[in-house]
Design a protein around this ligand. Structure first.
Ligand code: HSE
Length: 395
């Protein structure tokens, strides 16, 4: 019998318990006959009607001091006390498996170092891409590559909202409330729609790709709250879709990361990733472009990734994964990236005068795709036009 504890019995934590119950036989088969037991569940609430209701405790020390608990599954969300509990569990020699991108993005290097020192595991497959295998493939299967760029639709809620708004004509509010009902959104959905969740996830992927902790606070972050129906219609006129992307890239050995809405060419695979699905394109210098696709949020997809890590701990095959402390010299300015903008202004002649391109009219505004330039130079030009705005274009 292998005993685990679950911290936080919300959407993901209860999904983990459901997967353990539902797949008990196949899990046991993959563990050479060993059985998994959820010995404790930490939550502030009681669950009297749940089959595991008698395992619920409000006292973390019960778990910390129980030597039979080998693995702590942290599905609490938020930084505190999730980080504090994870740290204590690792220091006590327990492995920790988490879906908590906030903790991994912010405290990953420290927790990974403790895990290494203690000879246990800190695993976080579920922290990026929900049920999509992405951490392990990047760490293992793409290990021979220099990672040139990662572009990902990393947030199910915003992708669901954008898809429903654009394809079904739903309002932003209706789409968000449906995403909350389906268990996709964060407790505070501002983290989804303002890009913070994507920002944390791209920090994790950048840290993994480049070996230095990439601080989410140093990742330029924009959400989808400023995107209008006219922007979407204009993008379609130019044969693009608008997607919220997390992007990181190597520029001559330095790294930048950004979270922002981008125009994506309609024929690109990433443009056709809809609803709660996430898609991540990883460009390696040897392998070329590799695409990962699947459900990026929700109880069972996320629990699927959590349980993969639990099994890996038990099989003892992933004691070290991850990255080291932040290298302050690794960063380059995201504004040095060369790209195009979709520019929007009130007068076609202003766009023509500043960018030398013809604009089209969409719902009373004028739009054009600019020529290539650095982000910094293009922004300066946009700023010279009264009331003009821009959205970045993915090449
Ligand atoms: N709120 C997140 C999303 C949950 O919508 O993708 C999964 O990390």
């Amino acid at each position: 019998m292998i005993n685990i504890a679950i911290l936080g019995f919300g959407v993901v934590g209860s999904g983990v318990a459901d997967v353990i119950a539902e797949n008990a036989d196949s899990l046991s088969q993959r563990l050479c006959g060993e059985k998994l037991n959820v010995k404790h569940i930490l939550d502030l609430r009681d669950f009297p009607d749940h089959p595991l209701g008698d395992r619920v405790t409000k006292d973390f020390d019960t778990i910390l001091n129980d030597e039979e608990v080998l693995i702590v599954v942290e599905t609490m969300g938020g930084s505190h006390p999730a980080y504090d509990f994870s740290k204590k569990a690792l220091e006590a020699g327990k492995s920790v498996v988490t879906s908590n991108k906030e903790v991994v993005a912010t405290f990953g290097a420290e927790l990974l170092a403790i895990a290494r020192e203690k000879g246990v595991s800190y695993l976080f497959e579920a922290s990026v891409g929900g049920g999509i295998p992405i951490i392990r493939p990047m760490w293992q299967c793409l290990a021979a590559n220099k990672i040139l760029a990662v572009d990902g639709i990393l947030n199910g809620t915003t992708n669901y909202i954008l898809t429903k708004m654009f394809a079904e004509g739903w309002s932003f509010e209706d789409a968000l409330s449906k995403a909350q009902e389906l268990g996709y959104a964060e407790r505070n959905p501002a983290a989804d729609v303002e890009g913070l969740d994507t920002c944390r996830k791209i920090s994790i992927l950048a840290s993994l790709a480049y070996g230095s902790a990439i601080d989410p606070k140093k990742v330029h972050c924009e959400g989808i709250t400023e995107i209008t129906a006219a922007d979407v219609a204009a993008a379609e006129e130019f044969d693009y879709r608008i997607k919220l992307l997390g992007r990181c890239a190597d520029v001559n050995g330095k790294v930048y990361a950004i979270t922002a809405p981008f125009l994506v060419p309609t024929e690109a695979s990433i443009a056709n990733i809809d609803d709660v699905y996430n898609g991540i394109s990883v460009m390696g210098n040897a392998v070329g472009d590799v695409m990962f696709y699947g459900r990026g949020a929700g109880a069972l997809p996320t629990a699927s990734a959590v349980m993969a890590d639990v099994l890996d701990v038990i099989r003892d095959c992933r004691k070290t994964i991850g990255w080291g402390p932040e290298n302050p010299d690794i960063y380059c300015d995201y504004e040095s990236a060369v790209l195009r903008f979709l520019v929007c202004a009130d007068k076609a002649e202003d766009i023509n005068h500043v960018f030398g391109v013809e604009a089209i009219e969409v719902r009373g505004k004028f739009y054009a795709i600019t020529g290539l330039g650095t982000e910094k130079a293009l922004k300066e030009k946009v700023a010279s036009i009264d009331g003009a705005r821009f959205i970045r274009v993915m090449e």
